[in-house]
Ligand binder design. Structure first.
Ligand SMILES: NC(=O)N[C@@H](CC(=O)O)C(=O)O
Ligand SMILES: [Zn+2]
Ligand SMILES: [Zn+2]
Length: 389
């Protein structure tokens, strides 16, 4: 009879260089087969500092009520996007929105929503000062008008209309969060991020070199090159699970796949690889921003489906998958839990979350009072499970 014992000498597929995160392999159960062989089933967990989500759409009303607990269970804080209808353009609106988020929170959580202001052509420097002094608003969000969901009130001409506000933001050390795509209909959809970097972002950094900028949800090797080329420490990027796990083929796999449609749109495989390589290298310039963007199933599956992927319940599992596949699980915690607060000048969380290697099936839908939301990877099995306190 040969037996397998749950001993530390058992070969497990993990990197050796595990500086900061703690792993544990525990024997969960023993199975004795008909031939008498004993199999030990191992339970593997990773314990990391509680992550934050630096780019999240919480919506309002019914939708807020049902999506918020998924983020609050796993994340300590989130930068809450202001693209509501109507948008959050003033501090007063941001504070009221914050109150409604706090009211919708489950009681057993200390989740902290960090608010943002929606930049328009008419935002005043005074409004940004009020926002900063409120202590509740942590950034200003630039949506080029028409670039994405609920961006119609966004900026039409950043250099013509917004310079005084941006100069004030430099003084206040208030970060500018950027949806980095041009809206010119003559520019190919797949090139809109690259052209934005060339025509807006590069001149903006030249004009205001000390403005803190987060390029949100990067999707291209061009964005990685841009971020790497900025040596000053005040330019960073958030990265979504979908832009590290999917390429544009997944928009068309076996037919049109509306639930993989988000903006900026998924790009070709070489871009995905460049992003994964940069993020899993351990660079401090990249941090977790799910861009979890719930829409009702009916608004995704229709003749003109809207952009946005709902990933809040599974995002952490997905990031773990990316880092594991890259052989860089030891770098996961800095990306999820350190680089973001360090960039924003906020303390890192002190509590922990546990990720468990315990396969689970992503639900086909999540329901809310007025309908259902189809999550990313609906119905698929994921290896890492998170969600325990
Ligand atoms: N990412 C998306 O495709 N959609 C976001 C808006 C955004 O972040 O651009 C949304 O609010 O639905
Ligand atoms: Zn966006
Ligand atoms: Zn977004």
């Amino acid at each position: 009879m040969h037996s397998m014992r749950a001993s530390p000498s058992l070969k497990l597929p993990f990197p050796k260089n595990l500086a900061s995160i703690s792993f544990s392999h525990r024997r969960r159960s023993l199975t004795i087969s008909s031939t008498g062989a004993v199999f030990a089933q191992m339970e593997t967990t990773i314990t990391i500092t509680r992550p934050d989500d630096w780019h999240l759409h919480l919506r309002d009303g019914d939708l807020l009520q049902s999506v918020l607990p998924h983020s609050a269970k796993q994340f300590g804080r989130a930068i809450v996007m202001p693209n509501l209808k109507p948008p959050i353009t003033t501090t007063a609106k941001a504070l009221a929105y914050r109150e409604s988020i706090l009211k919708a929170l489950p009681t057993d959580t200390d989740f902290n929503p960090l608010m943002t202001l929606y930049l328009t052509d008419n935002t005043s420097p005074e409004e940004v000062r009020i926002a900063r002094n409120s202590g509740a608003v942590f950034a200003v969000k630039l949506y080029p008008a028409g670039a994405t969901t609920n961006s119609q009130d966004g900026v039409t001409d950043i250099f013509g209309k917004c310079l005084p506000v941006l100069e004030e933001m430099v003084k206040l050390e208030m970060p500018l969060l950027v949806h980095g795509e041009v809206t010119d209909p003559s520019v190919d959809t797949f090139d809109r991020e690259k052209v934005f970097i060339e025509t807006i972002l590069t001149p903006l950094v030249e004009k205001l070199p000390s403005l803190k900028i987060v390029m949100e949800h990067i999707t291209t090797a061009d964005a990685v090159n841009f971020i790497e080329s900025c040596k000053t420490g005040n330019i960073a990027a958030t990265v979504t699970p979908q832009h590290m796990l999917l390429n544009r083929n997944s928009l068309f796999q076996g037919g049109l796949q509306p639930h993989n449609y988000c903006l900026p749109i998924l790009k070709r495989e070489t871009h995905r690889q460049a992003i994964v390589e940069a993020v899993t290298s351990g660079s401090t310039k990249y941090f977790l921003g799910t861009d979890s963007a719930p829409h009702d199933k009916k608004r995704k599956e229709c003749s003109c489906g809207c952009a946005g992927i709902f990933s809040a319940p599974l995002a952490l599992s997905l990031y773990a998958k990316v880092f594991e596949e890259a052989g860089s699980l030891d770098k996961l915690e800095a990306f999820t839990s350190f680089n973001g607060p360090d960039f924003y000048g906020l303390p890192r969380n002190t509590s922990k979350v546990v990720l468990r290697k315990s396969p689970w099936k992503v639900p086909e839908t999540y329901s809310y009072a007025s309908g259902v939301i189809v999550p990313m990877f609906a119905g698929e099995t994921l290896e890492w499970f998170s969600g325990n306190k």
